[in-house]
Design a binder for this molecule. Sequence first.
Ligand SMILES: [Zn+2]
Length: 364
Amino acid sequence: MPEKKVGIILDDDFGSKHIPPYPKPSFISFEHPFRITCILNHLERIGLFKDNRVVKINPKEIDEAILELAHSKYHIDAIKKISEVGGGLLDEEVFVTHDTFDLAKKAVGGAIEAIVGVVKNRYTQSFALIRPPGHHAYREKSSGLCIFNNIANSILYLRKKLGYTKKIAIIDIDDHFGDGIAQYFYHDPSVLYFSLHEFDFTEGDIGMFDELGQDEGIGKNINFPVPSEITNKDFEYCIDFLDTVIYEFHPALIIVAAGFDMYYADPIGNCLLTSTAYNHFAAKILKIAEDLCEGRISFVLEGGYDVIGLPYCVESVLKALLNEKYEAPVFEKDALLLGESNIEDLKKIKNMLTKLLSPYWEHI
Ligand SMILES: [Zn+2]
């Protein structure tokens, strides 16, 4: 195994630009620069950057043309023009400010640096602490607080600019279905997309378990929808579904769409995880990556809006990547008592997924 070096991609602009327009809490106001400043202050305070296995890196400078790998010129120009006139609301869930275009472009550059850096062995693992998030963004439009699709753009950069053809697994643990990412790779057998997300089983939505991918990509889109209020144990039970899949798929690189809005105190998500769940998750994925692909994992920040808990969630992941013991904050103690197990419901979903996927996988 190569010598440990964890690259953390950061930039002051993520902590100061693209400020939501409303001072009162509303859905969009939670995607705020404080998310990043709180994370960075916390990592500084606990001395994480003093660890000589941790390196701070700035995002890769990218030309606008790189955005065209993942987005239509129309969409790119639209964001640019709205930024130039001072910003506005695109719909209820997307805001644009005068500096949004530049910051969203920088976020793509941050994800590219994190992912390419791991592929090129500059770091063993990486974490891109970027915003705005990306996993809801489509080729033609922004959606759900996301402007450009940071992860999809990075993968298309690897494919089209660097000629990287190896298999890539994306594990999306954000509370919401990464519909944008799923759309890019729905037909692509070389990219496995696994998404665990909260789902409204009463009203219905996209992100259901029967969306399996299409044509050559069938079986490589795996949605694990879960009810609200899943607990740490429930989360672990769902993630275990990956075991068979990921060893059979055998990726050369794992990308985690790292949303932390399943955290119990999150103002947008409705689940009950504590930072310990993310710590165990990261340790598990690290072990898988060490077994399969020399430890190559990139975490790319997506959602996560509780500015008190978010820094601990990020710390918990980094501690796992560094093989260090993680101590959860005392205030999470009571949260562990919240909620009841959903294992029986989750078992049914797991069985359904197994049935649907077994024609496409040897070991499922
Ligand atoms: Zn989310």
